[in-house]
Write a protein that binds this ligand. Structure first.
Ligand code: NAP
Length: 256
């Protein structure tokens, strides 16, 4: 599919392509997917939750969720949006079964939260998810802290980056070892920027709504300052979706 025109929005996600990547690398295929305004904003103010997508795009987003083993967000998004991270719209659960019945083990992707200091409140909605959430931490944890989540989540301890955050390389190795073959990364801005900086993403599926916000950007200043070396999409395709526009493409991988 990667080089072929997409005729059906459901073909935005190619299970065979993702599976091949997982089998070749042992790491999950990473799809960055977010909704932004025409001027590249995720929201008006950081920490504020706003409805950007039209209903048709939301349906599509939930379908895309249903096609991934994991759905990943940062603690900033967990606190701001308190998302359920399930596939509620577009009959996502049954779509997953009927369209890719052999490719998906679960109808709802497993939630994964990057939370270096393990500060996520245990009352958030994602802890009611049908699949047990994974909380990735980068600081030492105490038995008291772990006990708080023992019934509701798996805490995985990973080495910190120089900034004290979760190392994405170590995270993807661990998720692959857990059998998670594909991960949809939904944000927010700091997490999306980290995936771009670490060159850890395979595909982007971006919903663009016809709004100007002058607000909080999806992508923050990148460490790469050389224009020719910036993260760039290949095989780009665009589709109208309700009142929004969907843009998708693939990141060049070192061996390609
Ligand atoms: N429009 C959309 O599609 C969309 C999607 C998602 C979110 N949003 C919006 O985006 C905003 C939240 O974005 P945000 O940038 O504040 O938060 P975020 O990206 O969701 O979370 C960032 C936090 O994750 C933790 N983290 C751990 N390891 C990390 C790593 N390797 N790289 C980056 N972060 C890491 C850090 O906190 P610790 O150091 O404490 O671990 C960091 O501050 C909200 O307003 C939300 O509504 C919009």
């Amino acid at each position: 599919m990667i080089n072929e025109p997409i005729n059906n929005l459901h073909d935005l996600v190619d299970q065979d392509h993702m599976q091949n990547w997982y089998e070749q690398t042992g790491r999950p295929f990473v799809t960055l997917s977010w909704a932004q305004t025409l001027d590249g904003c995720l929201t008006l103010n950081q920490g504020e939750s706003v409805p950007i997508s039209c209903q048709k795009s939301l349906d599509l987003t939930h379908f895309i969720r249903s096609q991934h083993d994991g759905i990943l967000i940062g603690i900033g998004t967990a606190l701001a949006d308190n998302p359920r991270l399930t596939t509620r719209f577009s009959n996502g659960a049954s779509s997953a079964a009927s369209i890719n019945g052999n490719g998906r083990a679960h109808a709802h992707p497993r939630p994964i939260v990057l939370d270096s200091q393990l500060r996520i409140p245990a009352r958030l909605r994602l802890f009611d998810h049908p699949e047990r959430p994974i909380i990735a931490v980068a600081a030492p944890t105490t038995d008291t802290q772990l006990a708080k989540y023992s019934q509701s989540a798996d805490i995985i301890q990973l080495p910190p980056t120089a900034e004290g955050r979760v190392s994405l390389d170590a995270l993807l190795d661990r998720l692959g070892a857990l059998g998670i073959r594909h991960v949809m990364v939904e944000g927010g801005g700091r997490v999306l920027t980290s995936f771009l900086n670490a060159s850890c993403a395979n595909q982007a599926i971006i919903t663009i709504a016809p709004i100007f916000a002058g607000g909080y950007n999806a992508v923050h200043p990148l460490k790469e300052k050389n224009w020719a070396e910036l993260p760039r999409l290949q095989n780009v395709q665009t589709f109208p979706c309700g009142s929004d526009l969907i843009v998708t493409g693939f990141f060049a991988q070192p061996e390609s």
